[in-house]
Design a binder for this molecule. Sequence first.
Ligand SMILES: [Zn+2]
Length: 443
Amino acid sequence: MKTRIRALGFLLLISLAGHLTAAPPSDAKKFRVNSGRIESRILQLSEFGKNPDGGVSRVAFSEADIQGREYVMSLMREAGLKVRIDMAGNILGRREGLDSNLPPIVFGSHIDSVPGGGNYDGDVGVIGSIECAQVLHENNFTTRHPLEVVVFSDEEGGLVGSRAMIGKLTPDALQVVSHSGKTIREGIRAIGGNPDKLSEALREKGTIKAFIELHIEQGSFLDDKKIEIGVVEGIVGINWWDVTIEGFANHAGTTPMNKRQDAMLAAAHLTVAVNEIATSMPGRQVATVGRIKAEPGAPNVIPGRVVMSLEIRDLSSEKMDLVFQKIQEKANHIEKQTGTNISFSFIDVAAVPAPTDERMRKIIAESARDLGLSFQLMPSGAGHDAQDIAQIAPTGMIFVPSVGGISHSPNELTRPRDMANGANVLLQTILKIDEGALELTQK
Ligand SMILES: [Zn+2]
């Protein structure tokens, strides 16, 4: 029996009442995920690629990845989803809606891991998304929009599946050798895709109603503040530079201190300045020197040349530019002070900031509030498939706490209650969007 009631009058009523978004019918409002089932499935999924010392090495395209994908597809079928693999190797589980002309609401994450990874990164979003579909299935509730659960291929190797979906997986990227030992091209084939037909995996702008990714935070913000749900404002942009400092290599014993052009000394000043500049400005920008190499690199030679890295991340490109500008100004002072020459060369691996859709943030926040959960707006410092899909569809992300902020480690942990909270927020968000919340929410 269909328990759903068409509710246009209801929508009108709540919009008149001044609420921001639409609410699902009252019976669906009460739908809750099964926390025990989520937990046991997370544990089951952790068997594929399990490491003796805990966690998993389920790198994309490995045997463990292929087996994990089989397991996840079996869960999708159990949830009544129709499963297919697109040409980029993404798994898609579809549930038809009442109106097949409407674009689907898409939600999901990934199950591949880094080498020596944990049991929650990506997995929580996938198992949580399948759980949402299963709850609707068990309640025999049909949404207006079709629903699609997605498991993106090779997230950890460079957002391969989502990049293909937006048409931005380059031929060069296909040649990269992944952790599995296979090239991305070979890997896509190994998991049921076809790298020669990637254009068939393309999703055009406007063909996805909304995309929502549930994910563990991977930082300690939520855990430290004891907040249950993170409403992601966006995924930070990343800019990289190689910084070359030219001084003058000379004898470390015979050159007096006031006659030196020490590239290493300049690098040290600059490294401190990078930290001070990022710290002195309001906001959550971060700047890092992560690599440094001195030449010629001998204890008895004043370094004549140093090459170091510079990375800046923030949600706003303008802020990133401002941090860089201040670093450059400081570098000018250091050049004069140390008799060196400092140059910055931009490295093109940069990711532009990907803000989430403002309406999606409001809908996710309202879902959390309805469920009596504490929530907070926050940026994502790590990259996610959502940043790609944000280019073609209104996108939102739900974060749940990572205990101790540990991630990409066997010690990664998200508590069962937090996984269930996140999945419940996801479910109610899907239902609100289905009822027209995007249209009723103001930017
Ligand atoms: Zn992830």
